[in-house]
Ligand binder design. Structure first.
Ligand SMILES: Nc1ncnc2c1ncn2[C@@H]1O[C@H](COP(=O)(O)OP(=O)(O)OP(=O)(O)O)[C@@H](O)[C@H]1O
Ligand SMILES: [Mg+2]
Length: 268
């Protein structure tokens, strides 16, 4: 059991919750974390994780966690063995649950026996992964892209086994051009090819409000599209999906805010 899992277990016990956090066989960790020698260590904060619905870490036996495991399984089925390991999460408009989905999906994949995951905060406008995980990175992707800071100095080991995080860095108002740059393409190539059993998951901005996801979509092997159920009009969903025409949309995650027991549904 990793430190974060122990901490979560303790927090749960302190709240008098007797639910166990026993690992299933799929959660046996066989493969080591990718070894970038200078990678920093910052452990995710159990309280933030729980408050921000990262259920794959805070509530392993919940129905929603199970839904994320199903999402993982379907995505692995569609991508495994084809070198399709670079995925991004997007949606039509803001607040539909992209970041929540990206983190939970990353954790669910990292819990697979043979997979490591690099989670990249490519929402350079309003980065939030670090907040949801309770981390306080000093630098990130923007420093790689603008200041040539080496990738190794920016990656964070999270205390969640097999999950490494590349924070966004300094927020910027117009990130489209920098995401279109050769340097960004080099980064994607580097993270994609360095370890063959690794998935790289990019959290991005909304399609109808920013050009960033359209730019990033060109370099991705697959796209996970999040829809906030009962909020986003069909017309907007159709408009956003049109922008992804010709790209490999792996599936649509229906994120249901109002009915917790039916939180997530996945379809193609
Ligand atoms: N199924 C859900 N039920 C209730 N709240 C949710 C659910 N999914 C996400 N949220 C909450 O909704 C808010 C927005 O979620 P999130 O940040 O994941 O969306 P986003 O699409 O990444 O937003 P943005 O476009 O601003 O980056 C967060 O406070 C998150 O905790
Ligand atoms: Mg977000």
């Amino acid at each position: 059991m990793s430190k974060i899992e122990e901490a979560l277990k303790k927090a749960k016990q302190a709240r008098g919750n007797s639910e166990t956090t026993a690992s299933s066989s799929s959660e046996v960790f066989l493969e080591k974390q990718p070894e970038y020698t200078r990678t920093r260590f910052q452990e995710v904060n159990p309280e933030q994780v729980e408050a921000n619905r990262i259920v794959t870490l805070s509530d392993k036996s919940s129905h929603v966690t199970e839904q994320y495991r199903m999402l993982r399984t379907q995505i692995l089925q569609k991508t495994e063995g084809q070198g399709d390991n670079c995925l991004m999460v997007t949606s039509s408009v803001d607040g539909e649950g992209k970041t929540t989905t990206a983190i939970n999906l990353a954790v669910a994949i990292a819990k697979e026996v043979h997979k490591t995951v690099l989670l990249v905060d490519a929402d350079l406008r309003r980065p939030s992964i670090h907040k949801y995980l309770g981390l306080t990175p000093e630098q990130g992707l923007s420093h790689y892209l603008l200041d040539n800071v080496p990738l190794e100095d920016l990656l964070i080991r999270t205390g969640v086994e097999k999950l490494t995080f590349l924070p966004a860095g300094s927020p910027m108002a117009n990130s489209t051009e920098i995401l279109r740059s050769t340097k960004m393409q080099e980064l994607i190539q580097e993270v994609k090819e360095r370890y063959k059993n690794r998935y790289v998951i990019f959290d991005t901005t909304p399609l109808l409000q920013t050009a960033d996801p359209c730019v990033l979509a060109q370099f991705m092997d697959g796209i996970v599209f999040v829809v906030q159920a009962e909020r986003t009009p069909r017309k907007e969903v159709a408009e956003a999906l049109k922008l992804l025409e010709g790209r490999n949309v792996l599936g649509v995650v229906m994120n249901n805010f109002s009915t917790p027991e039916k939180n997530y549904r996945y379809g193609t």
